[in-house]
Design a protein around this ligand. Sequence first.
Ligand SMILES: O=C(O)COP(=O)(O)O
Length: 224
Amino acid sequence: MFLVASDYDRTLASEKNGFIISDEVKEKVNEFSKKYPFVVVTGRERKFIKVLAKGLNPTAWVLENGPLLLIGEKEIHLVDEDWFEIRESIVEKLEKLGLRYSIGKIIIYLDNVGNFSNKLRFDCARVEWNRNDAMIMPKNMDKGKGLLELVKILNFKGKIIAIGDSQNDIPLFKVADYKVAVANALDEVKKIADLVLNEENGKGVISLLEMIESGNLFKKIDIN
Ligand SMILES: O=C(O)COP(=O)(O)O
């Protein structure tokens, strides 16, 4: 038994389409999720996913880069209460730096702040990058940790196949048994992947799901 864990931006959905999921990808994932567990593991907030991925019905979601699980309509927050005080102190620091940010239910988002990477370091929080965008989040939390909590809740005992493209997918890859990079992935992600696809974004996800369904992936790897 296996579970597929897929990133969203630049994996399921492409930048070219404004990160709106295509009908083709939606149909494939919805059909696949009826047979096998398929989890979307993304930095995105629930409110954006609702709009961008309208009609996508995976088994579950790991949102805000790890600490927010969504199973059906049930939301689970993986965070200690003291995080919200820590978050306030970080927000004060960001204001002093004059940086624009937004706040999710749990994490803080900053877009296009690659030049500030040296200033964005905190003892009490972890900064995760997705290309030039930063996410400030509770220490000891990332996509991989969020997914492992979800897997426990789902009582899933099999192997994890992860697919992604960017720096924040590396912690997801760390907990996966098999790691797949889309063709548009960063080199550092391709380097640690077991398989680099020829197709980009959602077309890559479709080709992975087809390889799984036809049994071709399992001819290459022993995952059962
Ligand atoms: O950075 C984001 O907000 C979302 O990105 P991801 O789906 O690639 O994790």
